[in-house]
Design a protein. Structure first.
Lengths: 369, 73, 262, 194, 369, 262, 194, 73
């Protein structure tokens, strides 16, 4: 399944840098508040927002830090506005308290994690904030998909009243590609009757956005126990409903390569090449990193004799693959840490010839079954 | 009610936490702590004659114990 | 001296001159005996009523004993992360420019964890009003030293009293904010006497009026008693405040854009 | 020059200050304006003068499958010899290699390619605009490949100039034209693949 | 395996609150710098440090925030001093950037996560900072073990030059128990020749503590690519070397209950009771949450027909159990979110009778095999 | 006019009065043409040499273009997180009280991300010296607005120039720090002319002397050219600094505990 | 009263302001000083006057296996009836239940226990120290169980007083003694288990 | 060396990045940018007669291009 935000095919093709395309997609999705702090390669998105927001009647604030940025966004979102921030790596780390807060007080945020590489899979999928929460995370493989995911994320954030993440990277932020942009056409959502607008003061029904959901003495809420259980249940529901993935040749391939984001695009390319040469190989791509498409992976690997995991980190998605793969003994890691000397992007391991060699080398090894 | 008083109070003694802020705040010193305690175990203020209705007690009380009246004479 | 009946309103001709509390307070707060924070809350809410802002106000409340006020304030409220209220208030005000937006924070919240938030918000000239309840301790966690604990004050983490050599100096946040371009109105009050309560209420009113006039960030620092965290009795709270805190934190208006413009 | 499924991948190599990114952008923009799908990917690394600069452009009729880090390329423009080690690694046998022969020796450019040397820096100097060598190379490359029309290229160049640089439009256009002209006389050396 | 920091058995028994016992254990382990910010139930440890450090010749700073606290500790640790901080939940979330930093620039820190409950398993084990790093995490089951773990953690932090975590809770922080305290007697460690002392200026060999490990122009370091790979390798090494667990009756039990920290103490208690009544039940307890004792779990569950996971959260350790359990189909979750109405401690689910009922109910269900 | 041979030292009697750079600089820095930061680095390191502190100094360097100086400084260094240098320096100084500890930070680092760190460290009276390289932009990320960008300045995130209404006001951090009890010495210099370079070097020396005297936190704000982030040519840098920045940030000594004591 | 493997678990229940935590601490400290293992666990919840207050004390000869939230207890001291619902839930049948009969009706205290009522508040008032009711209960409880010696209890009480409260030592000691004396005359009612 | 100069320089032209700060900084204006470029493509300063050895150029140069001598006459 690869549910998508339908984009009018008739919009003109424009050559846009990923950062520009995402900014425009966000504004087309009615994002009207953005606050961010520069950090490569997220900076371009911030600059585009600063440039484009005023004309859209929105606000883009030069937040003085990531913490201030994300909390401004919580404030804006608490009024019902569509609001977003972003950063990468260290900047996102600084937001973890607030991401957990938004999950637990149920404010919809979109967070653009324009990461420097794939080392932040745990950061996106396990959070590290506090408490029981998860963040729906979409990992586009290229700029056109990043546009689509951006629009879908604003929708899902509102639908589930939860913070959601786009896991991008320098290739998505900085590559220019022809894209078509239009306002998304998605299912209607319930009105935000929970949003703070100040009008309910003195009525006895004034509103609260509160992580502990204590309610008022005159109208008690669920409190932390009941509310956090309800939120945990909601995330379980999202986990069941929102798994997204795609795959090719899974049923007819001896070897299945698993990858996400840009690495999945490289994988698709190389697997196509190898299949054209007659190799029995396929690929599987989690589109949502959380919820991880575990059942689909189990299904896809049912007949695999070799499951190769290609991620540009020390093996973080591995934790999820091992949980769901049909047979754990078939799993081999062919990715690794690989950093550009600038520290700001991928090193040499994200490359089609390298990947090709690693797949072929793995295929030369005996399988477990 | 005594002719000495220009004002008077309603004291919701069950809300009182016995902090005594009102006692010190009352300019004519007509408030005094009770010897009895309320249901929470706190002593609370009682009013003697001479209240001016100045509202000082109500202003300083953290626990909304006072309603103040000015007597029309 | 005879004791007057105070169980029911007077039967003779009388005018009610003070309510128990404003109807915007929905019930009991549960704070300690002699705490100054509920007094500050009351005058804040009364001010909103008097300025006719009740149905166009959004509050942002930080973490401290006053956090539990969220349960009794009949006002739209975002309960936010410790220290971050000015940032949240920024997002709210920018998206709802027609509302009055305030933060309610303690010294631990504003001057420790969120020092940066309030100064940056002031420099940005955000049109929000920040209410600081300064009691010089982390009340909620049991009385440890904050960034505003005065020299000599004993806390659970400055057992021999705050010593400049070991523990550094207290921060006068209102003075800093007043010095920042972008601040509209800055003042310091207290709630230890009836007179200061009345005065402080006026400061709060000025602050909201400054916000409504779009003058930039307004801040009212209110010195509040915390007998529990000061390890004094409740009746001693007001005097302790007077003798230890007002010396370090003189009361009054520190900055007023409109006054200076005149 | 492109059928409906194939993609044209171009590597542009040089050093910072030669306008590598700008000519890549111009070509990609021209292709996009002509209704084609295009991609421009820049190798990260500052644009510090004297440092390496690399852009890759891909053009196709349909949404592209080429990678932002090219697995291999069908053509290359080489403006400087300092950082062109990528050519033997990535340029496919039989690919088109256009070099700035004012700086790079076409003969040393590598075996197995269709190589054209263009003294772009010299031509640019003759035009009185030494900074336009890149556009001369682009004009020539486009004439050789016919990826877009000359007019589309010129329009794209103009559309990309920020208002405060608009005075460069004419000299850039002249350079594109000079490049296109020079390409007419260009003889491609080296192994020509089918 | 339950490797322990041997504590002189002859030290007198003292009735100490967990927070006091941990503070004293830390000082006995030569911790000489502490910086922290109050947060229940961590506050007691901070107060004890503030009280005890001066007499020990150390420094305890009232850090104005968690971020400042953890960065002070990085500074102190960069000079070679043994240094620690702590907090819980939101406070630890704010430290994630710094924890990742310490992992990647290799400064040894001890972090006392005196959590409010067990909802911060991901926070401890997956971090959510940035990049490829892991944090060795010990989860004591009671105060005496917390003392032992504290001393072990200072040792391991130095041994591996990495941040490490004690995952405590209110029961450990606030319960008073008789404990014996003495200086630990652990294997000697290499001298900290990397530590900054200022003496190497102008020698051409001045020292750097640097996440990117770029070295000097005259003596280049590994840079981010090489260094981060080396760090990832180090964590893989720690993962292999430092797994700790304990278990009972695993081989002879149809049902195995898995739990960590305080919940494990409750589990042990209830299982003993059930076995005394003739039930075929055992328990397995990860002592290190990271590295998770996966191989031991696989071994322990080899003959289990039912694997019950009891954690006081929405099911976070489940991710690790599912990765390593012998047969995933045998796993059942019997824990859950459970919060005290104060928000500051466990709710009613952490209780022996409740656990007993849940185990018995699960045992009444048919097994998969 | 004939051109003098400058490839080799003079052959006649001559005295060397200025080196290329101090031996504490190990090689090239790689920063932009006309950048003011390397000049600040040079005078900082020269000062350490002149004060004979080379083998008892620990530096803490933040994130910004100056971050790459870690590769060329022959001094023990902790490269720390963005904004956190004053906190790290605190830990270092407390554990190594006999060393001279300094931070090297930019305006983005100190006045944006780490505003809180430096003010708190000043209030605590930490005996460390903070060196701020203020160029009014995030240079390293390509020239976006920081908390010190002056009004009217164009940046990539204030495209029409910084406008107080939209973007708020710049922060005078040195003035704030000078106002905090616990600060020992605070001054502001610049490196846009030879004279200011010399003066600023004196300010740095004063700051370290203040640290050694245990007076509390010392801060030297140095205005540095960033032609790249200002979108001006390198030769225009010094004049731009003079005309736009020194008006907003007057140079001089803002606070000196020892001077005030005298 | 304790064999080498068994553990004695005690629940102490009352309301804030009655010194519940202090008497728990005193007993646990006394046991520790006597070389026994002890645990004192407090139920979280402020010590706000009038709110619930609960402490549990466990004493044994060896490192304890009892949980900080007791699965069940062998004895209980009940100082106030407002929050003593825990007793029927946790006190084992046949357990010892000592209640402050000035406030709580021993007859209503529950079935199946050995119940002793002690008018602690009244005795305390008679001693002129109404705040010492808790120590009276503790003195009685210890006399009934013999967990520690009376002297150990008094020493523990003294050692726990902060210097600025040391003037309370004598009245607390008197209360412990009064409790211990009162216990001598106490008759335990209710079902007595083996 | 001309009698007009009280000072002189060694200029490490390969380090120069052509920022021209030295040009403006030189009080007697005896520095001028070259027409040639160095290996990095930058023009660099050349010295004319009249240097005073004041070190201003060295003080402002970000790239450590200058060594300054005072001539002993
Ligand atoms: C990030 C974070 N750190 C610590 C806490 C714990 N905490 C809650 S309230 C509080 C004290 C607040 O003090 P203050 O703002 O002065 O309010 P007071 O209780 O004195 O009224 C603290 C430290 C928290 N909630 N979040
Ligand atoms: C937490 C975090 N956020 C953002 C960044 C990205 N970053 C690196 S350098 C820099 C700019 C620093 O500006 P400044 O301190 O003024 O130094 P300059 O480059 O101007 O010298 C930023 C934002 C980072 N490293 N860490
Ligand atoms: S109203 Fe004034 S005079 Fe009357 S009791 Fe209150 S304080 Fe005293
Ligand atoms: S001020 Fe209020 S709470 Fe305090 S004693 Fe007086 S009436 Fe009671
Ligand atoms: S601890 Fe202090 S601030 Fe908190 S409620 Fe009690 S008196 Fe008020
Ligand atoms: S961007 Fe600015 S601060 Fe950075 S090196 Fe270039 S000129 Fe210097
Ligand atoms: S030393 Fe002085 S006079 Fe000589 S070139 Fe340099 S600046 Fe000019
Ligand atoms: S100041 Fe230095 S770098 Fe700049 S032009 Fe002069 S010599 Fe070259
Ligand atoms: Mg406070
Ligand atoms: Mg800067």
């Amino acid at each position: 399944m690869s549910a998508t935000a339908p984009v009018a095919e008739m919009a003109p093709l424009e050559l846009l840098e990923g950062s520009t395309a995402i900014a425009r997609a966000a504004i087309l999705s009615n994002c009207r508040f953005f606050a961010g702090y520069p950090m490569s390669p997220f900076t371009g998105l911030l600059e585009n927002m600063a440039k484009l927001m005023p004309a859209a009647g929105g606000v883009c604030i030069n937040a003085e830090s990531e913490i201030e940025g994300v909390n401004m966004v919580i404030g804006a979102a608490s009024t019902g506005a569509r609001a977003a921030t972003g950063s990468c790596g260290q900047g996102i780390a600084l937001m973890q308290e607030a991401v957990a807060e938004a999950a637990l007080n149920e404010t919809p945020l979109v967070i653009f994690n324009m990461a420097r590489n794939q080392q932040d899979y745990f950061q996106c999928t396990r959070g590290g904030g506090w408490g029981d929460y998860r963040t729906l995370t979409l990992a586009p493989k290229d700029v056109p998909e990043a546009v689509e995911h951006t629009q879908l994320l604003f929708h899902l954030a509102d639908k589930y009243r939860a913070p959601v993440i786009l896991y991008g990277d320098p290739l998505i932020a900085q590559t220019r590609v022809g894209v078509r942009l239009a306002a998304p056409d998605l299912e209607p959502l319930a009105p935000k009757d929970w949003a703070l607008d100040g009008t309910m003061g003195g009525t006895g029904k004034s509103r609260q956005v509160w992580t502990w959901a204590m309610g008022k003495v005159t109208d008690p809420g669920l409190g932390p126990d009941g509310h956090w259980r309800a939120v945990a249940d909601k995330f379980e529901m999202i986990a069941a409903a929102e798994q997204r993935w795609e795959s090719a040749y899974a049923d007819e391939a001896e070897t299945l390569v698993i990858a996400f984001g840009s690495a999945a695009k490289f994988t698709e390319y190389v697997v196509d090449e190898l299949r054209a040469e007659g190799h029995s190989v396929g690929w599987f791509r989690p589109i949502t990193l959380w919820p991880f498409p575990g059942a689909a992976l189990a299904q896809a690997t049912r007949s695999s004799r070799r499951v190769l995991v290609y991620e540009l980190n020390a093996g973080q998605m591995l934790d999820d693959v091992r949980q769901f793969v049909h047979d754990r003994d078939t799993v081999r890691f062919i990715g690794g840490v690989s950093i550009h000397e600038s520290g700001l992007s991928y090193g040499p391991l994200l490359d089609a010839p390298v990947l090709r060699d690693r797949i072929l080398a793995a295929m030369a090894q005996p399988t477990e079954r | 009610m005594s002719v000495d008083s220009k004002g008077t109070l309603v004291i919701d003694v069950e809300l009182c936490k016995g902090c005594e802020l009102c006692i010190a705040a009352c300019p004519p010193t007509v408030l005094e702590m009770s010897s009895e305690v309320n249901a929470m175990g706190y002593r609370y203020p009682v009013l003697h004659e001479g209240c001016t209705g100045c509202t000082a007690c109500q202003l300083v009380c953290p626990d909304a114990v006072f309603e103040v009246y000015r007597l029309q004479v | 001296m005879s004791v007057i009946n105070t169980q029911t309103p007077p039967t003779g001709p009388a005018q009610k001159v003070a309510e128990f509390h404003t109807p915007l307070i929905l019930g009991e707060h549960g704070l300690c005996p002699g705490c100054g924070e509920p007094v500050a809350l009351r005058i804040l809410l009364e001010t909103l009523q008097e300025l006719n802002l009740v149905q166009r106000t959004i509050g942002v409340v930080g973490h401290g004993c006053y956090g539990s006020f969220v349960r009794i304030m009949d006002i739209d409220v975002l309960q936010c992360l410790h220290g971050r209220a000015p940032a949240c208030a920024t997002g709210i005000k920018r998206m709802r420019p027609d509302t009055a937006v305030f933060t309610l924070q303690g010294d631990g919240d504003m001057v420790n964890e969120g020092l940066q938030e309030v100064i940056h918000a002031a420099a940005r000239g955000e049109n929000v009003t920040c209410i600081l309840l300064n009691n010089g301790v982390f009340g909620d966690t049991g009385g440890q030293q904050t960034a505003t604990t005065v020299l000599g004050q004993r806390t659970k983490t400055s057992l021999e009293g705050r010593d400049a050599e070991k523990h550094g100096y207290p921060i006068r946040i209102a003075d800093i904010v007043a010095s920042v371009d972008g601040a509209g109105y800055v003042a310091r009050g207290a709630v230890n006497t009836a007179r200061e309560v009345m005065r402080t209420k006026r400061l709060i009113r000025n602050a909201f009026e400054s916000q409504l006039a779009g003058e930039g960030l307004s801040l009212v620092e209110i010195l509040t008693m915390c007998p529990t965290g000061w390890f004094v009795t409740a009746p001693d709270g007001p005097d302790y405040l007077e003798s230890s805190m007002t010396a370090a934190y003189p009361l009054g208006v520190l900055h007023s854009r409109s006054a200076e413009a005149n | 020059m492109l059928d409906s499924t194939s993609e044209h991948e171009l590597l542009i190599l040089g050093i910072g200050g030669q306008g590598i990114q700008l000519i890549g952008k111009t070509l990609a923009q021209a292709a996009t304006s002509s209704g084609r799908h295009a991609m421009l990917a820049a190798e990260y690394g500052g644009e510090m003068r004297g440092g390496p600069s690399q852009a890759t452009v891909v053009i196709g009729e349909r949404p592209l499958r080429s990678l932002p880090i090219l697995a291999s390329a069908g053509s290359a423009i080489v403006m400087h010899d300092r950082f062109c080690g990528v050519v033997p690694e990535r340029l496919r046998a039989g690919g088109l290699l256009v070099v700035n022969s004012s700086i790079v020796d076409p003969a040393a450019a590598g075996d197995g390619y269709r190589v054209g040397g263009l003294p772009a820096t010299d031509i640019a100097r003759e035009l009185g605009k030494p900074q336009t060598a890149g556009f001369i190379m682009l004009g020539a490359f486009n004439a050789l490949t016919g990826l877009v029309t000359h007019e589309q290229l010129v329009d794209a160049m103009r559309s990309l100039l920020p208002p405060y640089r608009i005075e460069h439009a004419d000299s850039n256009a002249a350079a594109l034209l000079a490049g296109s002209d020079a390409a007419r006389d260009l003889e491609l050396s080296g192994t020509v693949a089918a």
